[in-house]
Each structure stands twice: as structure tokens, then as C-alpha cells.
Design a protein around this ligand. Structure first.
Ligand SMILES: Nc1ncnc2c1ncn2[C@@H]1O[C@H](COP(=O)(O)OP(=O)(O)O)[C@@H](O)[C@H]1O
Ligand SMILES: [Mg+2]
Length: 448
């Protein structure tokens, strides 16, 4: 089992020989791991294992693997032994080969495009990983582990599934024939260390003036929409902004799926539910918004508006439920308004466009636009006031704007975030709430 491989072919040049040796090492390693795994499965008491806490499960399995390795593979030593043990443990109690990426706190996203095609994101940049699955069936086994744990399954009839890992990470799975080449897994990792507004300032995502202004807007119960593309940091900013909500308020959050981690105690998280396999029992975000209105909320937070709930949110905001926070998938503040308008239209209410715009114009106060720039950094690129209506058009007024001026030799985006010089109309409201911003916050000469 653990003999060393000898290469006897003298015609191989050094490089090819190195590659071949590495390949053989790898094959041998896999062989050892497969054997270890097999014996472990034979010896492990499955029932006992299921009864222990997840954290202890790992320890228990590791102890068992070590015993088997020591007894049955005495020649297995050093790094190779440690690696083999870690791989087997990951296979039994974790998500197999991608487990090290999931444990790495600097990795934010893990993407399995195929058995030997795994990518991850770190600091906003995608990297190719050396991690490999044995074959497609192996990817399928890991998928089953993910979705079975939440009582769902993936097959021909339901080839796309959203799931959540026990740690809160979001998973999307899509399998062939929809995914043409291989089953695909996309994991958005859950960050334990939720970024705060101060963190966002220190990483240059926004200036401290902006952080002060935005948290004032939250305290003054303005209705705020955070807009941005996928992964631009919308949920992160919403979560950071929520910290400015008073602990005395009753907060109802509506999400699909749950992601927010509010620090207040008086929070009621609601989560939408997809239909069952028979197509029954669906509970939409809209249903939840309507229910939330009957729960005496001081604040309603909707993680991301995507559909008909936009209509109910606007209505609620216009009838005294202020201080709502939500996010929308859009590329500019103007686009965000267009998306919301579309959502209301698609909800099938027979409302004239003018009436919808009127609702939007009077309900919303601030749009914060985020972008993920080419160097992977996330930035606030606009803080925009919804100033009102002019005819049938909602008027927008930028208060802060990020202007990109170029890209340096290392690919870093250069630019500046500055005030436009416009003092928003809502400063009166901030003052009424006792929030007095410095005189020069809106002054164009203040740069970041
Ligand atoms: N300002 C930021 N600086 C660094 N990382 C960020 C920032 N905002 C978000 N992230 C990270 O980017 C990823 C996507 O963020 P998320 O808020 O979920 O985006 P969205 O909701 O727009 O899809 C997460 O891993 C998050 O921790
Ligand atoms: Mg999000």
C-alpha cells in the first residue's frame, strides 16, 4: 500500500518525470484515502455519530480515522498522513474537497463548475483552485449532502435548488441537463464578522461623512434603498445600516433566504418559503410583508425586493410605516427606480404609470448605489436623494458621487468620492430628529 514508486523509464526528461511522479503520488494518495474511508465507514457507529453535536462529530471521526491509520497503515507518516486524515474527515463530516475553502475566512465565495474546475473569491477577485473532486458522481454526493440536510433533493424534476449550510452560507445548485457540462455549486459564504459602517469607512467603501449621514438617515426614519449588482455589498451595507436603529424599536425582517444578522434583540426574522414538490404551500415575500404589517412593526426591513412585495412596501411607507430599509438589484439610482416600477407593474395591479411613480416619489427618500469595481473593491458610488416629482418623472439629486479617474499600474482603481455641493432637503428632517451634521459635510471641497 505504501511502497514508494520507482520510475524506471530513463527516456523521460526531468520535467516530465517530475510531473509523472506527482501524478503517481496523487494516485497513491487517493488510493490510501479511499481505503481509509472504506474502513472508517465499516467501523464507525453511524447512529452514535448522528447523536453527537456537529462540533464533536468532527473530533470523533478524526479520532477514529487516526486509530485506523495507525493500526492499518503504519507506514503512512508525516504530511501525507495528516493530509489523508484531513481529507477523509472532510469527506465524512464536511463537504469533501471544498471544505478547506469553506473554512478559510479570507474566502468569500466558492464555485464548483466541474469536478476539476473549482474557483473561489478572495478580496473580490476570482482565483482558480487546485481542489479537485474524484469525478462527477463525487460532486453529486456532496450536493446531496448539502440539500438533504435541509430536507430537499436535487434530481431531474427539481434540477435547481437554493439551500443554506448550517453556518448560514447560501448555496445554489444546478445540475445537468440545465447546467450543460457538470453539476454546478455556488456558495456565498456567510461572514461571521459582519462589516460595520466603520469597517466600510476604513476599507474606503465610503467616507466617514457618508457613514455619518447615512446612519443619521436611518435614525431619522427615512426610507432607504440600497442598490447594486450581485455581490456588490448590498446585504452587507443594509446590515451595517441597521445598527443605527434604536434598540427600543420593534423590527420585522423579511428575507428569502435569511442573511441579515441584526444586533438588536427585538427582531423578528421572517423567511419566505418556496413551493413544495407538488407546487403547494408557497409563502412569498409579499405574503410576509402583508403579515408583517399586522405585527405592530416600527420598522420593516426587506432583504431584497424582487417582486410584488414592492407594491405593498411602497403603500406601507406612504401610510406611515417609515424607516424602511431594503435593497434592489440595479446599476444606477435611476435604474433602481425603474426596477421598482417594473416590479409593481408585474404584480398585476392595474395602476397607471403616473400613479406608480407618484407612490415611488413620495415613499422613497434615499438611494445608496454600490458597485464592485474592476479591482474587486466595493464602493458606494452614489448617495442620491429622491427629491420628489416633476410632472410624471421622479427627480433624483446626487449628494455624493464617486468618480473614477483611472487605473494604476497594479490595476487598482483610482478616483474620488466627493460631495456634489447640494444640501439635501431631508437635512431639515434630520435636524428635527436632533441630528446635526457638520456644516461642511456637503461641501464639494471635502474629498475622500
Ligand atoms: N465594502 C465591502 N468591502 C469588502 N467586502 C465586502 C464589502 N461589502 C461586501 N463585501 C463582501 O462581498 C460579498 C458580497 O456581499 P453581499 O453584501 O452579500 O452582496 P450583495 O448583497 O450585493 O449580493 C460578501 O462576501 C461580503 O462580505
Ligand atoms: Mg444580497
Amino acid at each position: 500500500m505504501t511502497q514508494t514508486w520507482q520510475l524506471s523509464n530513463p527516456t523521460l526528461n526531468g520535467n516530465a518525470r517530475g510531473r509523472l511522479e506527482a501524478e503517481l503520488d496523487r494516485t497513491e494518495e487517493r488510493e490510501v484515502e479511499a481505503q481509509l474511508h472504506l474502513r472508517l465507514i465499516r467501523e464507525l457507529d453511524d447512529v452514535a455519530l448522528r447523536q453527537v453535536e456537529p462540533a464533536q462529530r468532527r473530533e470523533m471521526v478524526e479520532r477514529a480515522v487516526r486509530t485506523i491509520a495507525a493500526e492499518q497503515f503504519p507506514a503512512l507518516v508525516g504530511d501525507m498522513k495528516e493530509e489523508a486524515i484531513a481529507h477523509v474527515v472532510d469527506e465524512v463530516v464536511g463537504l469533501g474537497p471544498i471544505e478547506p475553502l469553506l473554512r478559510d475566512p479570507t474566502v468569500s465565495e466558492v464555485m464548483v463548475n466541474g469536478p476539476a474546475d473549482v474557483y473561489y473569491e478572495r478580496d473580490g477577485i476570482i482565483h482558480e483552485s487546485s481542489v479537485e473532486f474524484a469525478d462527477e458522481a463525487h460532486v453529486h454526493r456532496i450536493i446531496d449532502r448539502i440539500v438533504n440536510s435541509i430536507g430537499r433533493h436535487v434530481d431531474e424534476a427539481s434540477p435547481m435548488v437554493d439551500a443554506r449550510l448550517p453556518d448560514g452560507s447560501r448555496v445554489n445548485v444546478i445540475i445537468p441537463p440545465l447546467a450543460a457540462r457538470s453539476p454546478v455549486i455556488t456558495i456565498r459564504k456567510f461572514r461571521l464578522d459582519r462589516l460595520t459602517l466603520e469597517d466600510l469607512v476604513s476599507t474606503n467603501s465610503m467616507t466617514d461623512d457618508m457613514a455619518e449621514l447615512l446612519s443619521g438617515c436611518v435614525r431619522a426614519k427615512l426610507n432607504i434603498v440600497v442598490s447594486g449588482g450581485t455581490g456588490s455589498g448590498k446585504t452587507t451595507l443594509l446590515n451595517a445600516l441597521s445598527a443605527a436603529i434604536a434598540h427600543t424599536e420593534r423590527i420585522v425582517t423579511i428575507e428569502d433566504p435569511l442573511e441579515l444578522k441584526l444586533q438588536q434583540r427585538h427582531v423578528i426574522p421572517l423567511e419566505a418559503r418556496p413551493p413544495s414538490l407538488e407546487g403547494r404551500g408557497e409563502v412569498t415575500q409579499r405574503d410576509l410583508v402583508r403579515n408583517a404589517l399586522r405585527m405592530r412593526p416600527d420598522r420593516i426591513l426587506v432583504g431584497e425586493v424582487r417582486g410584488a412585495e414592492a407594491f405593498d412596501m411602497l403603500q406601507a411607507m406612504n401610510t406611515g410605516h417609515e424607516g424602511s430599509l431594503t435593497t434592489v438589484h440595479a446599476n444606477t439610482p435611476r435604474d433602481a427606480l425603474g426596477r421598482i416600477e417594473q416590479m409593481v407593474l408585474m404584480a398585476g395591479f392595474d395602476l397607471p404609470i403616473a400613479a406608480i411613480r407618484e407612490q415611488i416619489g413620495s415613499a422613497l427618500h434615499v438611494i445608496v448605489q454600490l458597485a464592485r469595481l474592476s479591482d474587486g473593491t466595493r464602493r458606494v458610488v452614489n448617495v442620491t436623494e429622491v427629491a420628489g416629482l416633476e410632472g410624471h418623472l421622479v427627480t433624483l439629486q446626487d449628494i455624493f458621487v464617486f468618480r473614477q479617474s483611472g487605473i494604476d499600474a497594479e490595476g487598482k482603481v483610482l478616483g474620488e468620492l466627493r460631495a456634489t455641493g447640494i444640501r439635501p432637503a431631508f437635512t431639515d428632517r434630520l435636524r428635527a430628529f436632533g441630528i446635526n451634521l457638520g456644516e461642511d459635510v456637503f461641501n464639494t471641497s471635502r474629498w475622500a
